[in-house]
Design a protein around this ligand. Structure first.
Ligand code: BTN
Length: 334
């Protein structure tokens, strides 16, 4: 765990109030903790009130959090994240073309990594194979995490798969429902897409110079809110579980998990049992599938992945083929 660096006063106030778990925190204690006057604390709380927070004053005992904004709020995410023992700069944008593109631009401009870019909506949200990612301002998460890993390019494939396994564990712990993984980058609930990952990197000669891990996760969008082309094919966590999630707490847990997973990926400890872990969530294993690679179409039964993250297929003539890329369609069981 990293020791959180010094944070802004609003983050520290929120962190203290969240840590109190509903008990009041005195203005004097907050002022002492922040190293400022009580008036300065009160001014910060006024600022937060204007952003959708409500605080109730408990006579002679202090303040407690009475209402949190439902929409993503950077200071609230940072406060939750500090509570988890992490610190990572988070930029939250009202709108951007693509958080992956924005993160790449910031990396190119020299912003120190790691950092995260979140947006309420994207005007050019992108998926794999040049597809568009539906990115309305509807309570879903559009997030990109930027790193400078200095890795061999060949390790990118396992990076995305490793992140997928971590996301499944996180979602299962957070909302009690376990998603499935469809190789290489889809998170599913009941055969419908709940999330997609898009990892993009810039290379030096033989090394990844910088890497952006993008995640679109359908968190709180309401049932029936999808455009016609996605109706019946996409689903949100809230739709699946029947209850909306606390988006700010979830975003912080996600960030914490991604940071931990990244560290484990770099130090190599993740490789132990990785393919087995993937198989736990794999929705393709043992099922008839078709893999499309350019104009090459191969049908067979999916057997899982190998240690390099390639999809293994047993074809009709009994041969085993491995795919490092491609588009997989799940066929009906014969
Ligand atoms: C896919 O399923 O093909 C991957 C979808 C990835 C979408 C996310 S949303 C945040 C980030 N910004 C983008 O433009 N794409 C990724």
């Amino acid at each position: 765990m990293k020791t959180p660096a010094r944070a802004s006063p609003e983050v520290l106030i929120l962190e203290a109030l969240l840590a109190a778990g509903g008990s009041p925190v005195s203005g004097v204690a907050l002022a002492r903790q922040l190293g400022v006057s009580r008036v300065a604390v009160w001014q910060q709380m006024e600022k937060l009130r204007a952003q959708g927070f409500a605080f109730s004053a408990v006579r002679a005992r202090g303040y407690r959090l009475a209402k949190l904004p439902a929409a993503p709020h950077p200071a609230l995410i940072a406060a939750h994240l500090r509570g988890l023992g992490h610190a990572c700069p988070v930029t939250l944008l009202e709108e951007t073309d693509s958080t992956n593109d924005e993160a790449a631009r910031q990396l190119a401009a020299g912003r120190p990594a790691p950092f995260a870019v979140l947006a309420r909506r994207q005007t050019n949200g992108r998926g794999r194979l040049g597809r568009a990612w539906h990115s309305a301002d509807n309570g879903n998460l559009y997030a990109s995490f930027a790193f400078r890993p200095r890795l061999a390019p060949a390790r990118m494939q396992t990076f995305t798969l490793w992140m997928g396994v971590n996301l499944c564990e996180l979602v299962a712990n957070f909302c009690g429902a376990t998603p499935g993984l469809k190789w290489p980058n889809d998170l599913l609930f009941a055969g419908r897409k709940a999330g997609g990952m898009l990892t993009e990197a810039r290379m030096d000669a033989d090394q990844i110079r910088d890497l952006v891990f993008g995640l679109g996760l359908n968190v709180n969008s309401p049932a029936g809110g999808w455009p016609p082309e996605l109706a019946g094919r996409a689903i949100s966590l809230a739709e699946h579980t029947g209850a909306p999630l606390d988006l700010n707490r979830f975003a912080a847990a996600l960030l914490g998990r991604v940071l931990l997973a990244y560290d484990r990926f770099l130090d190599g400890t993740f490789t132990t049992g990785f393919a087995e872990l993937w198989h736990r969530y794999d929705v393709l294993r043992g099922r008839p599938v078709t893999v499309l690679q350019g104009a090459h179409r191969v049908a067979g039964v999916a057997l899982g992945i190998d240690d390099e993250g390639a999809l293994i297929l047993r074809t009709a003539n009994g041969r085993t083929e491995r795919f490092r890329a491609g588009e997989v369609t799940l066929e009906k069981n014969p």
